[in-house]
Design a protein around this ligand. Structure first.
Ligand code: NAP
Length: 247
């Protein structure tokens, strides 16, 4: 079956947290949601819940650290559609916040595999499907911790949270966003952070032991805005829930 009449979106790491809420919100707009999850049981459970609420959803087995898994995900999506309108690189790993003096290359590598090489793997593999869409959009789910401006601001709590892997992986993701945007002007590449930088807030999810002050719905506002950009929308931007933020 080929579905060309509905907007299509693939979301990585969509079995819970912000990815799942993004799937719910875009599905509620009538979009066809390819719900990526590295664990099939978790992905199918999340997809079944959304389907029960009327969302057109296809669970997709997708581990962003595996070339084979990503290739199989492309084949599955191609079984359903001849184009992909929106890709949301949401899957992320927090790492274990090892202090910089103790961090090894291996500690950092495992976080980069998910947060940096993952979006490259997935974007590269899905580019052919994106390039045939009328208004293709890629949303990179980044973090305020990846902003040099935020991390060097002594008023921001993240400036006092000493770790290497997560913040530098998201800084790399931000640069990837810009470089893709410059090289591929027919596709919108934008980065979102789920919080409100000026208010030092983020969204309560498993990743932060539900310490965030924002709900997952509030946390996905920036992601939804970038996913639903019209053809005259921007590319190469970094935004939070309230608007543009500094790189
Ligand atoms: N919460 C915030 O306020 C906040 C702030 C800044 C940035 N972010 C970013 O937002 C994104 C979503 O995070 P979240 O807060 O929603 O956390 P979460 O609830 O822990 O969700 C993370 C998701 O990523 C998936 N994932 C991890 N490694 C993966 C892999 N190798 N392949 C595929 N999926 C993988 C997880 O799958 P499993 O269930 O299988 O582990 C889960 O579905 C992340 O990129 C995070 O860095 C969140």
């Amino acid at each position: 079956m080929t579905i060309t009449e509905q907007t299509t979106v693939l979301i990585t790491g969509a079995n819970k947290g912000l990815g799942r809420e993004t799937a719910r919100r875009l599905g509620a707009q009538g979009w066809t949601v390819f719900l990526g999850a590295r664990d099939d049981a978790r992905g199918q459970a999340a997809a079944a819940e959304l389907a029960a609420d009327g969302v057109k959803v296809v669970p997709v087995s997708l581990d962003v650290t595996s070339d084979e898994s990503v290739a199989a995900a492309v084949r599955l999506v191609r079984d359903h559609t001849d184009r992909l309108d929106v890709l949301i690189n949401n899957a992320g790993a927090p790492g274990t916040a090892v202090p910089p003096a103790n961090a090894t290359a291996e500690d950092v590598h495992s976080v980069y595999d998910t947060n940096v090489y993952g979006p490259i793997r997935v974007t590269h593999a899905f580019l052919p499907l994106l390039q045939v869409a009328d208004n293709p959009r890629v949303v990179m789910v980044s973090s305020a911790g990846g902003s040099f401006a935020v991390v060097t601001d002594p008023g921001q709590p993240v400036s006092k949270m000493h770790e290497l892997a997560y913040s530098s992986s998201k800084a790399a993701l931000n640069m990837l966003t810009l470089r893709y945007a410059q090289a591929l002007p027919n596709i919108k590449f934008n980065a979102a952070t789920p919080g409100e930088v000026v208010n030092h807030t983020f969204a309560a999810t498993d990743m932060n032991n539900h310490m965030g002050r924002l709900t997952v719905t509030e946390g996905t506002d920036s992601i939804i805005r970038l996913a639903t950009l019209g053809s005259d929308g921007p590319t190469g931007t970094f935004t939070d829930r309230l608007g543009l933020i500094a790189w």
